[in-house]
Design a protein around this ligand. Structure first.
Ligand code: ADP
Length: 481
């Protein structure tokens, strides 16, 4: 079986969040399982500058109406033998900023074109017009940026590969002005509520859900949640309608996230040799962040986008109460300007106890996850979440809201789960500041009892969060097609 994996980001070439991690690890895991998989991604500036030995494959004349000039390049993911197709179109992708936004933090106005063209390139590769010898049997489309691919197969190509759409986050839908329907060469008749139309706009994600042969999302709990009005973002009806083709597959974590051989850490450790290494990471982290150097005080870490989804408003509301507890808090994040500003202000109010770093810093993220005693994730919703799994693997039990993948990956600490050594963290139900503070108090009480705490850390560190488990589940989905 041949698989084309279409994505708008891929660590380490381009990453803004979990999709970048998944698009790195899942194709690699599938490659290791023996699948003939190739990844298609846009040739952003950061992608082309990191790739070695890039070969031109063809020019995409078929897309000429959509953009000035596009070429397909082939390369390999650095340090691996995983083949990549890179869509080279400097007019669309050779820009500063993130894959989606300008350096000023604004979405690029031509995003529908930037990702529409990506979808057209994928549809060409998997459709009857392709002149390449390599033809995918299945195209795996990730998030709204690849959402038009299944629609193009059904509406334009007339035939082509089978498709899987994976929803990494239903809140990002790629909804645009209806003028894009004709500009992106979608047939006018597809613009209706059973097609690509969503409340008067062209919706890339709705197209992806509507026309895909199979739909997956990144945890079983989220697969259920998105069929309800509270989490469905208006698409719950369609998702209920397609529930027979919808499944939830938990993400894994990349094997590079291993505290025993993580080059970002000043000291390495593992489940059997935990204490001195972890303590050293904590001491150096406290020093680097300007926190009081105290080995006894529990240090809570957060590495996150600063958005409503991540419950940053709940944290801000809980902060005065949290700061009355004997703890320190280290936050690394970037995102909405108002949340950044309020957190930075709070950081100046409690200088030795609250550190706020406004940045996207891969190296520091590893050191916070390793050096903290607890990891905070008060998300309002969380399709899967990776950071809580990294934290468990690094002996840093999470305190998290019981939703989506957080509920599926964390075993709440109760007298029963403590005694049978399955507890890995602390969950709270209600999305409010009081519930968050109560869960932190509960975690601090357990932290104080070292004969409970060490087994809790070790049980998270020895969980199987491997991608090979997830890759086998995806293979089963492809095989049903
Ligand atoms: P999401 O994809 O919703 O942002 P996930 O938990 O699935 O959330 O994945 C987030 C990924 O991005 C993790 O690898 C996390 O460590 C990383 N990350 C988020 N914010 C930052 C940051 N400011 N600096 C470094 N890494 C970050």
């Amino acid at each position: 079986m041949k698989l084309l994996f279409v994505t708008s980001e891929m660590h380490p070439l381009a990453k803004t969040g979990g999709l970048g991690d998944v698009s790195h690890a899942l194709p690699l895991a599938l490659h290791h399982e023996g699948l003939d998989v190739r990844v298609l991604l846009p040739g952003y500036r950061s992608v082309l500058s990191q790739l070695k030995q890039v070969e031109p494959v063809c020019t995409l004349d078929a897309l000429a109406a959509l953009q000035p000039q596009a070429r397909l390049l082939s390369a390999q993911l650095p340090g691996t033998r995983l083949p990549l197709f890179v869509l080279d179109c400097p007019a669309l992708y050779d820009r500063p900023g993130t894959p989606y936004q300008s350096p000023a933090g604004e979405d690029w106005e031509d995003n529908p074109q930037r990702f529409g063209v990506l979808c057209h390139a994928a549809a060409w590769l998997g459709g009857p017009r392709s002149t390449l010898p390599w033809h995918p049997d299945v195209v795996h489309c990730n998030d709204w940026q690849a959402g038009l691919v299944p629609a193009l197969f059904k509406l334009q190509e007339g035939s082509g590969a089978r498709t899987v759409t994976t929803i990494h986050n239903l809140a990002f839908q790629g909804n645009f002005d209806p003028a894009w329907v004709s500009r992106l060469e979608l047939p006018a008749y597809s613009f209706h509520m059973h097609g690509v139309e969503f409340y008067g706009r062209l919706s890339f994600l709705k197209a992806g859900i509507n026309y895909a042969d199979k739909i997956t999302t990144v945890s079983p709990r989220y697969a259920q949640e998105i069929q309800t009005p509270a989490f469905g973002c208006g698409l719950e009806g369609l998702l209920q309608h397609r529930r027979g083709d919808l499944s939830g597959i938990l993400n894994g974590i990349d094997s590079a996230w291993n505290p025993g051989r993580d080059p970002a850490l000043p000291a390495r450790f593992d489940a059997r040799h935990l204490i001195p290494g972890k303590a050293q990471n904590k001491a150096l982290l406290q020093r680097a962040l300007g926190l009081k150097q105290d080995p006894a005080v529990p240090l809570l870490g957060m590495v996150t986008r600063l958005t409503y989804q991540k419950g940053i408003d709940l944290l801000l509301e809980a902060l005065p109460e949290l700061m009355r507890l004997p703890l320190q808090l280290a936050i690394l994040g970037s995102g909405e300007a108002e949340m950044e500003r309020r957190l930075l202000t709070a950081g100046t109010t409690y200088p030795a106890r609250l550190s706020v770093t406004r940045a996207f810093d891969e190296n520091l993220s590893h050191r916070i996850i390793a050096g903290s005693d607890l990891f905070l994730m008060p998300s309002r919703f969380e399709p899967c979440g990776l950071a809580q799994m990294y934290a468990m693997a690094y002996g840093t039990p999470p305190v998290a809201r019981s939703t989506g993948g957080l509920a599926d990956t964390i075993t709440d600490c109760t007298p029963e789960t403590l005694s049978d050594k399955t507890a890995t963290g602390f969950l709270f139900e209600n999305p409010d500041a009081a519930a968050l503070v109560t869960a932190v108090r509960r975690a601090l009480e357990t932290y104080a009892v070292k004969k409970s705490w060490r087994p809790l850390q070790r049980s998270g560190m020895t969980r199987d969060f491997s991608w090979s488990r997830a890759a086998r589940q995806y293979l089963q989905v492809y095989q049903t097609l």
